[in-house]
Design a protein around this ligand. Structure first.
Ligand code: SAH
Ligand code: SF4
Ligand code: F3S
Length: 381
């Protein structure tokens, strides 16, 4: 009996997706610990299983569907994160053993949901859905839990309002919303008190940060002056919100690492337009020139999508040329994956799977040549 009670308080948590999801999982762990739960690395020993999910590409979703179906029904099973928001009750149709579904804006409710389900599960398996939340309560970021003892992810903005035509994020994460800068600074100071010395400021588009008169540059200056902080960096940047002024600020901040991740997505103006990226190849190349002139010793990484609808041989060649011209330190290369809801989904997925694979391989090989095998990060899902 004691064992059963102990098991109820143990949670197995598996995370898919981007750094935002990694941070959200930390937040969930922090909240669960406060409510007396323990996190365990072995799903068999846990009374509850939580899967924090990603919808950005179909492959990421497929991995979750098969994982969700693999757990025994004696456990409480929860699907949270972007797929939860994307499919809502639909999760249950495909994965009937799931007991609760919680979207990104409702993660604060998870400990309460587990407690409710632990009471009910034996008698009748109740299902709980929480996917209507809009804003997260600020307190969730102040549990003090960070998975790494030296480094902490700190969210500065949630959601995204850019609506790049291929991307599901604005639909599952909602509109761009900024945290108050005082809350961000307080969180960092508290993390430093706990021994953290390095921070990553997180958002889907950090350079668009704005809280009253405090923009991203001002925020970075405030972060840079926090005593005890040794280094910091930020993720992710959108070229349209990146400027010479930003580069000058980057160059002047001693604690800021000089690593910029600046997703280009394509080197073809035609495809960039169809992607709703609102910049041209020339704009991007000029940015890179300025960045390298202004920020000495800087590194540059990127994301590229191959096989976007209508991407011709010529469009693809433009991307290859851009990769050759820029010489990124590393690149994440993705095969286009049609996402229902998005604008691009309405366009026919014209580039055949084989052709996408060919283009993926060609860029990968080119990038390998440029950066040396060690630095090429291959992400295929
Ligand atoms: N906000 C960040 C991260 C978005 S998701 C940004 O704008 O950079 C991370 C990467 O996944 C994107 O940069 C893009 O290259 C890729 N991606 C997004 N949607 C995709 C899709 N439908 N198919 C393939 N790759 C996609
Ligand atoms: Fe998606 Fe574009 Fe927003 Fe990035 S900026 S999350 S690619 S919509
Ligand atoms: Fe991140 Fe995937 Fe959601 S990339 S925001 S976890 S759809």
């Amino acid at each position: 009996m004691i064992n059963k009670e102990m098991k109820k308080k143990k949670v197995f948590l598996r995370t898919f997706g981007c750094q935002m999801n990694i941070r959200d999982s930390e937040v969930v762990v922090g909240l669960l610990r406060k409510s007396g739960y323990k996190i365990c690395a072995d799903a068999d020993a846990a009374g509850a299983v939580i899967i924090n999910t990603c919808s950005v590409r179909q492959h990421a979703e497929e991995r979750v569907w098969s994982l969700a179906g693999s757990f025994k029904t004696d456990k409480i099973i929860g699907v949270i994160g972007c797929m939860a928001q994307n499919y809502k009750e639909g999760i249950l149709e495909r994965a009937p053993n799931v007991n609760f579904v919680v979207g990104p804006a409702d993660i604060a409710k998870i400990p309460g949901i587990l407690a409710k389900l632990a009471k009910d599960k034996g008698i009748f398996a109740r299902k709980i859905y929480e996917t209507d939340g809009i804003a997260r309560p600020e307190e969730i970021y102040h549990t003090g839990f960070y998975a790494d003892k030296n480094h902490g992810f700190v969210v500065i903005s949630e959601g995204c309002s850019n609506f790049c035509s291929y991307c599901v994020v604005p639909y599952v994460r909602g509109a761009l919303h900024h945290r108050h800068y005082q809350d961000v600074i307080n969180e960092i100071k508290m993390a430093i008190d706990k021994g953290i010395t390095s921070i990553t400021l997180l958002g889907q588009n950090v350079n668009a940060y704005k809280d009253g008169n405090t923009g991203f540059t001002k925020l970075m200056e405030l972060v840079n002056s926090i005593p005890g902080l040794k280094t910091f960096t930020f993720l992710t940047s959108h070229p349209k919100d990146t400027s010479i002024d930003l580069f000058k600020a980057i160059a002047g901040l001693d604690k800021l690492k000089k690593d910029l991740h600046l997703p280009v997505q394509s080197g073809s103006d035609r495809i960039l337009k169809l992607m709703n990226r609102s910049y041209t190849k020339k704009f991007y190349l000029d940015l890179v020139d300025n960045y390298r002139k202004i920020v000495k010793g800087a590194t540059l990484t990127t994301d590229i999508i191959v096989g976007f609808p209508q991407e011709s041989e010529n469009d693809f060649k433009d991307t290859l040329d851009l990769v050759k011209a820029v010489r990124f330190n590393a690149a994440y290369i993705f095969k286009y994956s049609p996402r229902p809801q998005t604008q691009a989904f309405k366009m026919a997925d014209t580039v055949e799977k084989k052709e996408k694979e060919k283009r993926h391989k060609l860029i990968l090989e080119l990038q390998k040549e440029i950066s040396g095998v060690k630095n090429v990060r291959i992400k295929n899902e």
